[in-house]
Design a protein around this ligand. Structure first.
Ligand code: IYR
Length: 220
């Protein structure tokens, strides 16, 4: 086993006023993030996407295994194939596989089995989780894979927002068609499908409120 070296952690030294100002400014900006379903087809520079993904990949992960792969799709033919396969699953979901209660909960969002954004958005980022790594033919398990990839996906969404772009956390279900279409190896499973781009000029989002602090925080 190789011996880990340690280096000093560089603390961030701010005054209390600066800390408050920073967390408030961060809140004000993050609070404006919305899931958007109507995209412009305006191209997004590749280097923006690459930088955004590197922020996602800086997330903490179990034993620092970074158990994720970000597949970035811009090829129109692949996007069309993904749309077709996703819509087939979603058609079945909306016509019997989802409960009446679930369909009712989705009414405010106006969603249905149609997923035009899968072709319109310039990039589809498909986040894959990696259950294990193959090292010299031996399977080495990753740890806390869902937690790790969930955290990385959160970092991804915040970086997309920071770039002034919009995204949708889309979960066509089941998602195994993505592993096949993108020819991913056996150790990878699709986790989220995230279209990224500029919002359509006339994009609309549902008017939502967020839970208040007393509804989400319990102090002990
Ligand atoms: N995957 C479906 C249904 C759906 C489910 C939830 I929970 C949502 O918040 C939104 C949609 C779809 O994408 O339409």
């Amino acid at each position: 086993m190789h011996k880990q070296t340690f280096i000093p952690y560089k603390a961030q030294n701010f005054s209390l006023e600066e800390r408050l100002e920073r967390v408030k400014a961060y809140y004000d900006y993050m609070e404006q993030r919305r899931s958007v379903r109507e995209f412009s087809d305006k191209p997004v520079p590749k280097e923006l996407i690459e930088q955004i993904i590197m922020t996602a990949s800086s997330a903490p992960s179990g034993a620092h295994k970074q158990p994720w792969t970000f597949c970035v799709v811009s090829d129109p033919e692949v996007k069309t194939a993904i749309r077709k396969a996703a819509e087939e699953e979603e058609y079945t979901n909306y016509h019997g596989r989802m409960s009446d209660e679930w369909l009712e909960d989705l009414l405010p969002f106006g969603t249905d089995w149609n997923k035009p954004f899968l072709e319109i958005a310039p990039y589809l980022i498909v986040v894959f989780k990696r259950a294990y790594e193959l090292e010299e033919g031996k399977k080495k398990k990753n740890y806390y894979v869902n937690e790790s990839v969930g955290l990385a996906s959160g970092f991804l969404l915040s970086a997309i927002h920071q770039a002034g772009l919009v995204a949708l956390t889309h979960t066509p279900s089941p998602m195994n068609f993505l592993q096949k279409l993108l020819k991913r190896p056996d150790n990878e499973r699709a986790f989220l499908l995230i279209p990224v781009g500029y919002p359509a000029e006339d994009a609309q989002v549902p008017e939502l409120t967020r839970k208040d602090h007393e509804d989400v925080i319990v102090w002990y």
